[in-house]
Design a protein around this ligand. Sequence first.
Ligand SMILES: Cc1cc2nc3c(=O)[nH]c(=O)nc-3n(C[C@H](O)[C@H](O)[C@H](O)COP(=O)(O)O)c2cc1C
Length: 387
Amino acid sequence: MPVITCIDDLKRLHKRRTPKMFFDYCESGSYTEQTFRENTTDFQKLRLRQKVAVDMLGRRTDSTMVGEAVSMPVALAPVGMTGMQRADGEIKAARAAEKAGLPFTLSTMSICSIEDIAEHTSRPFWFQLYVMKDEGFVDSAIERARKAGCSALVLTLDLQILGQRHKDLKNGLSAPPRLTLPNILDMMIRPRWSLEMLATKRRTFRNIVGHAKGVGDLSSLMSWTNEQFDPQLDWTKIARIRDQWGGKLILKGILDEEDAKRAADFGADAIIVSNHGGRQLDGALSSIRMLPRIVRAVGDKTEVFLDSGIRSGQDVLKALALGAKGTMIGRAYIHGLGAMGEEGVSKALEVIRKELDITMALCGEKSVQNLGRHNLMIPKDFEGDYL
Ligand SMILES: Cc1cc2nc3c(=O)[nH]c(=O)nc-3n(C[C@H](O)[C@H](O)[C@H](O)COP(=O)(O)O)c2cc1C
């Protein structure tokens, strides 16, 4: 077992052990990848304020997110095709999240289905919904999530049209991979990945195949997804979904103050300040730079979560100190999964928890609730002086 000390260690193993097209799918942003890069580098611009001679016994990282107890304010973000990073990936990640006392979010575009996760876990998970033109599919997905006991619906608003990721086109990304010579060779040099994948029956989009009308095989699935994301998604349609669901609603992909205010007035239980991990609007500012103004805009009308760029417990601390009530991680846990399966996701969560705990102590804080701007040194131009 290799010695893992940080998320970067897991990322290196992920790259080595996973077919190129899936590692690239994870580790890329749209177009020039400016926003993708700045999501992480902007965290580094925030500096921490050291405090000494403060009693540091009895530290606590536990909190709540939309009323649910969490062992630290970190949820696992929805990540499409997680079951291609490692066989049964969503089940493995959901189990690791449950063991860690954290919420897991299942993507609409997952390999394992809602029912698969319900069968293999006992903690209620969150379901992320993409709004499709086919209202019948949307309604049945909501119904299936309700039946599975999902405790929140995460409605993603920033991907009704797809930002281009160059590598996915060049690699011919698909699930399962097409059996071309380069793909076969790539899989042959990753025997663990290939054998596990051969042993599972979960190799395509099980939330969709068999649930959407006219989608039975892979070729129709491709045309279905390309055609199905609803480009006319607006607040009226969001209201229809809210009423249909009737439970906790989290709106994901908010990066603008006016949108944030609208979401809060609309009654969202939480909003996720996110640019989809730099995978959509290339050129947008990083989530962490947009966070302060959004927190100011919504006040305490709704809970504010942040994702995009978190790679450490220090990053979690910085987001909380800038006013987020919770955070979500995507690639950080996917690197763990690709590196070492369920154990790797547990490792990623443990790394982040320890970093958060130790950093809190060095900042002279005993609880995540007490974190605030007083823990940070913020560059004067951090929010930017844009017109
Ligand atoms: C490979 C990959 C697939 C993703 N798929 C989805 C998805 O299906 N639904 C969704 O709402 N967000 C999706 N996201 C965005 C994540 O939920 C989250 O916003 C993002 O990963 C946060 O950035 P981070 O990876 O830097 O932590 C995906 C992100 C990645 C990296």
